[in-house]
Write a protein that binds this ligand. Sequence first.
Ligand SMILES: *Cc1c(COP(=O)(O)O)cnc(C)c1O
Length: 385
Amino acid sequence: MFLDKEYLFTPGPTPIPNRVNVAMSKPMIGHRSAEFPVLLEDVATRLQPVFGSDNPVCILSASGTGALEAAAVNTIEPGDHVVVIVGGAFGDRFAKILEAHGANVHRLEVEWGTVCQPEQLEDFITSANYQVKAVFATYCETSTSVIHPINELGEVTKRVSDALFIVDGVSCIGGVPADMAGWNIDILVSGSQKALMLPPGLAFVAVSDHAKEVMKNNKAARFYFDLNRYFDAYEQKKSTPFTPAVSLIYGAQEVCQMIEEEGLDNVIKRHDLLKTMTREGIKALDIPLLTSDEIASPTVTAVKPENGKANEMKKMIKDKFNISLAGGQQKLSGEIFRIGHMGYCTPYDVLTVLTAVEMTVKAIDGKDVLGAATKRAQEVWSEHV
Ligand SMILES: *Cc1c(COP(=O)(O)O)cnc(C)c1O
């Protein structure tokens, strides 16, 4: 086979459209040139609908975790009490970042593979004997492949407290709806290498006016991720305080163009279709899924084969069929494999990965399931054309 033909189905990084690669190979420009402010303003404003943000989106040169850290250090001072919803590896990461910066972290633990219900958050906040400064949630918890009811969690947060509502949208923004004002989100962060179909290296932070005020008054130590520096540089010169990843920002401009051409609504519908095709296909093979349909993410699917065959299947799918999937993280290690279907992903891509899963089931279990998953996925797709 052609080993240079990549079949990348990890939930980040994700495949890069060729036209984005072309855009990223433009000649370098100086970030203090006359051209750069035009580029930055174009991208920061065209990303607004993708984040559902009333303000231009702040662009950092970092991986997604940099944006999580920026959200934390700009809002929280050592000793502040925060609530972190932890239902997987990324909720846990948010908690660890906050702990590292001296926050009093109250973990609202939910069983992995489920979501935090609004009532659970309400009980947790109202029974707290401390002032909650902020609630941290994960929109798509990539490690378990669930999608949280962010609109309802935001509503609860604001109804029962004065806390900021801060959301990690790294593995879904660009594939799901977002409405910061309507959903009471103060900060929504993302990264480049997931549904935004860029290489790793950019982190995005969308911020409400209220959060901006909090950041101005925040006394916590910070420098590179001091967002006030980014807001000042943007407002004064449409620039960045430090050297930005210019090539990636050219790529982001092309991504905005692609999203606008397809239409954001259609992008979101496509991700729903990819999810349903993937889930129905796997079900047709009688392989259990980790999560229920109601809370399943449109961007990634967690498959939980019986008898702990997840790693064996993932390895065969890679070794024999050249398709890269992700395994389980932390306590789900060896229990699941995950199929990313976000960003530059089409229904044909889902058929490709399901084909490999079918052949793998046949090889491992001796069951003749060829065509079963792909047929079911095609039926789903047919209903949408
Ligand atoms: C990928 C991811 C991140 C950020 O990871 P980086 O490796 O720092 O880019 C954060 N949160 C979630 C939910 C993710 O999926």
